[in-house]
Ligand binder design. Sequence first.
Ligand SMILES: NC(=O)C1=CN([C@@H]2O[C@H](COP(=O)(O)OP(=O)(O)OC[C@H]3O[C@@H](n4cnc5c(N)ncnc54)[C@H](OP(=O)(O)O)[C@@H]3O)[C@@H](O)[C@H]2O)C=CC1
Ligand SMILES: O=C(CO)COP(=O)(O)O
Length: 353
Amino acid sequence: MAVVKQKVAILGAGSWATALAVLLAGKGIPVDMWSRRAGLAAQINAEGQNSRYLPGVSLPPNVRVTPDLPAVVKNARAVIFSVPSHAFREVLRASLPHLPARALLINAAKGIEEDSLLTLSRVFAAEAGEEETNRYVVLSGPSHAEEVGRGIPTAVVVAGRDMAAAEAAQDLFMTGNFRVYTNPDVAGVELGGALKNIIALGTGIADGLGFGDNTKAALMTRGLAEITRLGLAMGANPLTFAGLAGVGDLIVTCTSMHSRNRRAGIEIGRGKSLSEAVASVQMVVEGVRTTRAAYRLAARYQVEMPITEQMYRVLFEGLPPREAVVNLMSRGRRREMEEVALAAALWREKNCK
Ligand SMILES: NC(=O)C1=CN([C@@H]2O[C@H](COP(=O)(O)OP(=O)(O)OC[C@H]3O[C@@H](n4cnc5c(N)ncnc54)[C@H](OP(=O)(O)O)[C@@H]3O)[C@@H](O)[C@H]2O)C=CC1
Ligand SMILES: O=C(CO)COP(=O)(O)O
């Protein structure tokens, strides 16, 4: 007798939600996906694909899309939040009264809440209660929806405070083409996924200005240094930034034409305004809000983040991108490793007794 698998709910019906639905449905798992727009839900069901967000990828028949949030989460064994980070609190609040008591809760968004400066796991704890955080995990790592939707080999990471929950998510997603690692460092995995978007906007701008691969490598490497500095100050393990959620996602987002952050950056480098660049992408560009959040976090934690600072000035204060490059290149002399090494040693002292 065939075993009927318990369904998974996905909240959001954008590009990443759709790719994850295809992945899970391909494992024989029934997937209910929630769109806030009844018209889009009906269109996706009728066409058998999400032509607005992930054109050309067929949805298996065991994926259904509906605007009925309580029905989507009802009896789900896992609920995946796949809306942009600025919508996470609102969607979480709407779903909380309906969430099955033991369902695994997975967040796939990559951002920081702008007003509160909270990472999304802290938003979750504030809304759902600290006692619920044991069943909450974050999914991150280098994974463009366009490639996951086509079954292209990909490796990601799941972080959870409770490793049993992280391992449950690992088992849920793992396929021959989608390899999932676990990591107990929730803050590091969240911050890596969010902060790399600032650097991807920056490398996009450099490409739009006509600079070369050297510039890109410099921005990525020094970007990782400042991501690590802020992460350390916020309690993350520095080694997490050497992993999939750190350098892994930085590589893919800074170099791929699938990246919406990079594409928006290219348009800015070519002379478009921020709003024109974001509008041209037609999907979420998380790095814009994250730049504002990280700029304030750098001040709060007194961490030097020169690339983030220049990105802030370009995006929100009208600094011409070429001047931002001059500002970065004319900074005083530095030793490459000193502060990160010092901070990492302090972290080890505190955490590895
Ligand atoms: N795309 C990718 O390759 C990856 C994305 N991510 C992350 O996943 C998250 C979602 O991104 P992605 O799917 O790409 O974004 P998209 O722009 O493709 O889709 C966004 C989805 O969220 C919905 N949405 C937006 N605002 C709200 C709201 N206030 N309430 C309810 N639903 C809302 C949109 O609905 P509507 O159509 O009605 O606006 C749409 O379904 C982001 O944090 C992103 O960084 C992570 C890994 C890979
Ligand atoms: O996080 C992503 C890939 O890992 C998606 O990046 P973009 O939001 O820039 O498309």
